[in-house]
Design a protein around this ligand. Structure first.
Ligand code: KG4
Ligand code: ZN
Length: 348
C-alpha cells in the first residue's frame, strides 16, 4: 500500500511517499521519500512567518514538491493507494492549500483521503524513527513554533490533551528572543548556537508556572524579561549587548529557563499519568540542550524516551504516515472536509 502525504500547516511545504502494510495489518510504514520545500528565506526579513506569504508560497510549491516526492520514491501517481493531509491545527490559508491539493488528487485517482492532526503526527515521528519499538502508550510533548502541548497517548490516534501554553509557544519565544538579540530567523537554532558559549546562570530569568499544579505553560513573561534586560529597564537584569559575551549569556540563560520549564512540566505529566514512555516532537525538540536534559530525566525516572532525529522534529510530511493507523481504524475523510485552524482536541 503506497501512501502519498501532504503537509502545509505553516511555512514548510512537504510531501512524502510511504509504503505500509495493507490494512488491517499493523506496522510502521517505510518512508520512501520525504521532501520539504522551505520558505525560510521568504519570512526571514520579517523575523517571523507571514501567513499571506506562506499561503502564496504553498500554492507555488505544492505540486512541484509532490512531483519531487513521487520521483524520489520511484512511484507513479497510479500506484498511490491513499492520500493523507494535515488538516489541523495551523494557519488557515496554509492548511487550505494542502487540503485542496489532496482532495483533487484523491478525487482524480479515486483513492481514500485521510485527514491528519498535525500534533498527533509530530508525536508519530517518534514511532517512525523507532520502527522496531512501540512508542505508545506515552506522554507526548509537542514543542514547536505554534504549540507547547502535553498529551496522554494511548495509541497514535488516541491522544488526550493534558494541557498546553496559555500564551506563547516555546518555539515562538525562541524566535522572538532571537529577534531581540539580533540573531536572525528561525530563532531556535540561532539562539542555540549563541548559547553554546554563554553562561546559563548569568541572568535569573523567570520560570513561569513551574510550580503550578496545572499542566500549563507560559513563556510571554520570560520573553518580556529578556526584553527588559536588553533595554536595561530591569536594574537587576540590565544587560549591555555591546559588551563581549552578553548576547551569549542572555541566549544561554533564556534557553535554560525554557528547558527547565519544559522538563519540569513533562516530569509532572509523567507523574500524574503514571505512563512509562515519553514521546517528544516538534521543532524545539531539535534543541541540543533540551535533548540532553530530557535524556537525563528519562534515565533518572527509568522512562523509555522516544525523540526523533532533527529532520523528523521540524515540519515534514513523513510523519503524516500516522494515516496508516487511521486507515486501519476506518477513519477515511469525506471530500467535503474542511480545515481547522486552531488547536482541536486530537482524535475528535
Ligand atoms: O515544528 P516546527 O518546524 O513548526 C511548527 O509546527 O511550528 O517548529 C518550528 C519551531 C520554530 O519556532 C523554531 O525556532 C524552533 O522550532 N526550533 C528550535 C530549534 N530548531 C527549530 N528551537 C530551539 N532550538 C532549536 N535547535
Ligand atoms: Zn509542526
Amino acid at each position: 500500500m503506497i501512501l502519498l502525504t501532504i503537509e502545509s500547516t505553516c511555512d514548510e511545504t512537504g510531501a512524502a511517499v510511504l509504503e505500509g502494510p495493507a490494512p488491517p495489518v499493523s506496522g510502521v510504514p517505510r518512508v520512501l521519500s520525504s521532501v520539504v520545500a522551505s520558505q525560510l528565506d521568504l519570512h526571514e526579513r520579517f523575523s517571523g512567518v507571514v501567513p499571506e506569504i506562506a499561503s502564496r508560497a504553498h500554492v507555488r510549491q505544492i505540486l512541484p514538491t509532490i512531483d519531487e516526492a513521487l520521483h524520489r520514491a520511484g512511484v507513479s501517481l497510479g500506484q498511490v493507494g491513499a492520500i493523507a493531509v494535515s488538516t489541523r491545527p495551523g494557519l488557515v490559508g496554509s492548511l487550505v492549500v494542502g487540503l485542496t491539493a489532496a482532495k483533487g488528487l484523491a478525487l482524480a485517482l479515486g483513492v481514500p483521503l485521510i485527514a491528519v492532526d498535525h500534533l498527533e503526527a509530530h508525536l508519530y515521528a517518534c514511532q517512525l524513527a523507532h520502527p522496531s519499538a512501540n512508542s505508545y502508550p506515552c506522554v507526548g510533548l509537542v514543542v514547536s513554533g505554534g504549540h507547547t502541548s502535553l498529551f496522554a497517548c494511548k495509541g497514535p490516534i488516541e491522544a488526550e490533551l493534558l494541557g498546553g501554553t496559555i500564551d506563547d509557544a516555546a518555539g515562538e519565544a525562541f524566535d522572538k528572543v532571537a529577534n531581540l538579540l539580533g540573531l536572525g530567523f528561525p530563532g531556535g537554532p540561532a539562539v542555540e548556537r549563541a548559547a553554546a558559549s554563554g553562561n546559563r546562570k548569568a541572568f535569573a530569568f523567570p520560570r513561569s508556572l513551574i510550580h503550578d499544579d496545572r499542566l500549563a505553560f507560559s513563556f510571554s513573561g520570560l520573553k518580556t524579561a529578556v526584553l527588559y534586560a536588553v533595554r536595561g529597564q530591569d536594574a537587576r537584569l540590565g544587560a549591555n549587548l555591546d559588551e563581549p559575551g552578553v548576547v551569549a549569556d542572555l541566549a544561554a540563560s533564556f534557553q535554560e529557563a525554557v528547558v527547565d520549564v519544559l522538563v519540569a512540566k513533562t516530569r509532572q505529566a509523567l507523574r500524574m499519568t503514571g505512563l512509562k514512555k515519553l514521546g517528544i516532537g516538534g521543532g524545539v525538540a531539535a534543541n541540543g540542550r533540551f535533548r540532553e536534559r530530557v535524556e537525563e530525566m528519562a534515565k533518572e525516572l527509568d522512562i523509555e524516551l522516544f525523540i526523533p532525529p532533527l529532520s523528523l522534529c521540524t515540519d515534514n510530511a513523513a510523519m503524516a504516515g500516522i494515516a496508516f493507523a487511521k486507515l486501519e481504524a476506518g477513519q477515511v475523510a469525506s471530500l467535503d472536509i474542511d480545515v481547522k485552524a486552531g488547536l482541536v482536541r486530537p482524535g475528535r
